[in-house]
Structure formats: C-alpha cells, structure tokens
Design a binder for this molecule. Structure first.
Ligand SMILES: CC(=O)SCCNC(=O)CCNC(=O)[C@H](O)C(C)(C)COP(=O)(O)OP(=O)(O)OC[C@H]1O[C@@H](n2cnc3c(N)ncnc32)[C@H](O)[C@@H]1OP(=O)(O)O
Ligand SMILES: O=C([O-])CC(=O)C(=O)O
Length: 380
C-alpha cells in the first residue's frame, strides 16, 4: 500500500462493520447491550437472559427464557473424550491453555464441525456457551486434584458453574455475584478477542476454530489476562502503605498499572463501578480485605497521576476480589471472563454471518527493500 495512506496504529477508530449488539460511550463511561444499560442488566438480569438478548437482539418473554435456559442446561455435559482429555492435562498448566485445548477437542468430536449454516451455527453457539462453564469448572477440579463433577439439574447457569467448580450448591448471594460478573463481561464490541474471532471466522472456517483463536487472544495481560495480573500486582504491593513507593518505581520504569486504562474508555469504566460495589460488600463481609484496601488506595493515588490522561480502572480492576470470594484462585480469573465472553463472541459471529461476511484483511505500508539479487546459499 502507498506510504501516503495514514496508518491506523492498533486499528484505532477503524470501523469495519455495523453491529447492534453493544454501544460504548467511552467519553461518558456508558455501556449498553442491545439498547439496555449495563447497570440495569447487572442488577435485574441473569446470564441466561443476557445471553438470549445478545443472540436474539431482544429480551425474552417468560416462556422464551424458560425454554432457552432449559436448552442451555441440556447442553452442559461434556463429551466423554473431552473429560478424558482434561484428566490428562498437566495439573500445573494454565487453565486458559486447558480451555483452548478442550474447545479444540470439542470441535474435533463434533461430526458436523464444518457446518456453517445459520441453524447449525446457532446450535453450536448454544452448545459452546453452555459447555464453557463446564470445561472451566472441570479444569479447576482437575488442577485441585478433585473429582470432576457433572452438571446438576435444577440450577441456573451461574449456580451450576459454582457448583461444578466448588462441589457445593452456592447460596443465593453467591449465585447473584457470579451472575453479575458474567453479565458485566459477556460483551464489549470489537475488543481484541471478539475481533480475533471475527477475523478467523471471516475465512469461513468453523466456529470452534474462531473460538479457539478468541480464547488465545483473551489470555493476554493487555486484554482478559489483566485480571490475573491485577492480583499479582496486589501481592507485589503487599500493603496499602506501600502503594506510593510502588507507584514511584512503576513510573520510573514506565510500567503500567494493571486493570487501568482502556482503548475505548477515557473515563471510568461503568463495569468497574458495579464491581467496586460488590467487592466492597465482599470485603466488608470478611471484616477486612487487604486486597480491596490496596486497590482503593491504588485507585486514589494512581488516579491522581493517570486520570488526567484518561486512564481509569477498567472491568479487570476489582473483579479478582469478587472471584477470590467465590473460591477461585487467580489463574481462574481469565477463564471466568471467557465463560462470560463466549456469549459475546458467538453473538458477533452470528451477527457477522448476516452481513456480507467479507474476509478481514488489513494492509501495511511496506518498508522493506525490493529487487535484491538472489545469492545462492553456497555463496553467502
Ligand atoms: C478486558 C480488557 O481488555 S480491559 C483492558 C485490560 N488491560 C489492562 O488493564 C492492562 C493495562 N492497560 C493497558 O495496557 C492499556 O490501557 C490498554 C492496552 C488496555 C489500552 O491502551 P491503548 O489505548 O492501546 O493505549 P496505549 O497502550 O497506546 O497507551 C497510551 C499511553 O497510556 C499509557 N498507559 C495506558 N495504560 C496504562 C496503564 N494501565 N498504566 C500506566 N500507563 C498506561 C501508556 O504507557 C501510553 O503512554 P505513552 O503515550 O507515554 O507511551
Ligand atoms: O473492549 C475492549 O477493548 C476490552 C474488553 O474486552 C472489555 O473491556 O471488556
């Protein structure tokens, strides 16, 4: 491409398609799924209902939600080969790597893997959404040396995920907490992992391949992996009184505060506000939470430095405090994100197939040489 064409570094502000799934106002810190405010959905909805909203573009009736929830529940169980494979994973492998591999296996054992008809894609989407929670819970049990549990009848998606993860039926409060976390992370426009899924899917490959690619993209610490990095950062800081010296060191080495900053939000991420509220409740329940106290102090001091540059806490800043309370170690923070974001990935794939489904293929300015003489290997 000609060197005169402007480069959109990081593809910033590049609009490549239309979508009615998600509206983000990065200046005002507003987020909507299919027209509904994220705060309203977090307060009143469930993961099943939000998933229906994303896949269908509207909220379900009572009967539709019941049927949809039952359908998801019927798809939760994993094929035996996937369970067998999980049991053979090295216990210390990262659960995002386990998830990536298990999704690939799911595709391999699906005899209709390559069917990309709209009906098949919808069915495969529901199956993936249902099974992500089962896979992540199974990898948790495997890593902890515990028996892998089958899904239990009569539980919602969030409650069942907690049940399969921890081996006990969760309380109403715990289920609500998980529902909120899953709802907040279910969708966010063309973030790196969703874009990866669409770029992969645009080659007309199968949906499993696109989702494997998305899992890989979500794993990175600049994206979904930031929630795990936040917990490591908290451990490094150690105590609220160390925040100031830690920040000074970070600035000296031009480091980044994990869980802060966002490509789209140049103000407070509304999801961080909701999670802060729940993290505060969790901290209060335990009488005291050093982790939460460190985050609050970090938000205050880092805010004074970075807020003027448009860098504020994002969705990953407070989520770890909530996940820890629900019984998950830090390696599972990003997998929980994936259990939520699978709905957004599938919704975007389904939506993109309704467009002209054009192959995604950006370009670059060529800065190399041309017409170099080829010197045979023996003469180099
Ligand atoms: C679910 C999610 O994916 S939410 C994001 C999760 N990721 C994180 O929390 C990791 C920390 N944050 C970051 O790395 C960034 O804010 C990103 C990658 C998320 C988005 O940043 P971008 O829009 O691509 O901005 P970019 O990386 O170009 O940074 C712009 C400037 O802000 C600074 N900056 C951005 N984020 C931070 C941060 N968290 N701490 C300190 N400085 C930061 C950069 O150092 C850079 O400074 P410079 O211009 O002096 O070099
Ligand atoms: O939108 C983005 O760039 C990152 C993301 O996935 C989110 O914030 O949920």
């Amino acid at each position: 491409m000609a060197a005169t064409t402007a480069i959109a570094r990081g593809l910033e502000d590049v609009i490549f398609t239309e979508s009615s799934l998600c509206f983000i106002d990065g200046e005002q810190g507003r987020l909507y799924y299919a027209g509904y405010k994220i705060q309203d959905l977090a307060e009143h909805s469930t993961f099943e209902e939000v998933t229906y909203l994303l896949l269908h573009g509207r909220l379900p009736s009572k009967a539709e939600l019941k049927a949809f929830s039952a359908k998801l529940a019927s798809l939760r169980a994993l094929p035996p080969s996937v369970i067998k494979q999980i049991k053979q994973f090295p216990r210390n492998a990262h659960p995002m790597s386990m998830l990536r591999t298990a999704v690939s296996e799911l595709g391999m054992v699906d005899e209709t893997e390559a069917d990309v008809s709209p009906e098949a894609l919808y069915e495969k989407s529901l199956s993936l959404i249902a099974k992500f929670a089962t896979i992540v819970a199974a990898t948790k049990r495997h890593r902890e040396g515990q028996k892998i549990l089958a899904p239990r009848k009569g539980l919602s998606h969030a409650a069942n995920f907690l049940y399969m993860s921890n081996g006990r039926v969760p309380s109403k409060e715990e289920t609500k907490l998980m529902d909120v976390a899953l709802i907040l992370q279910a969708e966010h426009g063309f973030n790196a992992s969703t874009f990866t899924a669409i770029a992969t899917y645009s080659t007309q490959t199968d949906i499993y391949s696109a989702i494997v690619a998305a899992v890989g993209a979500l794993k990175g610490p600049r994206h979904g992996g930031a929630n795990e990095a936040v917990m490591k950062m908290i451990a490094e800081i150690g105590a609220p009184e160390n925040v100031s010296s830690w920040l000074a060191e970070l600035q000296a080495k031009k480091g980044r505060v994990m869980g802060m900053g966002h490509r789209v939000y140049k103000s407070y991420d509304p999801r961080a506000g909701v999670l802060d509220k729940y993290a505060a409740l969790v901290a209060a329940k335990h009488g005291h939470s050093k982790e939460y106290a460190i985050l609050k102090e970090l938000e205050r001091q880092a805010g004074a430095i970075y807020n003027p540059k448009g860098i504020y806490p994002n969705v990953d800043f407070y989520s770890g405090v909530v996940y820890s309370d629900l019984g998950y170690s830090l390696e599972f923070f990003t997998p929980i994100f994936a259990v939520a974001r699978i709905s957004g990935w599938c919704a975007h794939i389904l939506e993109y197939t309704k467009t002209d489904n054009r192959l995604l293929r950006p370009d670059s300015h060529y800065t190399g040489k041309l017409d170099l003489p080829y010197i045979p290997l023996s003469k180099r």
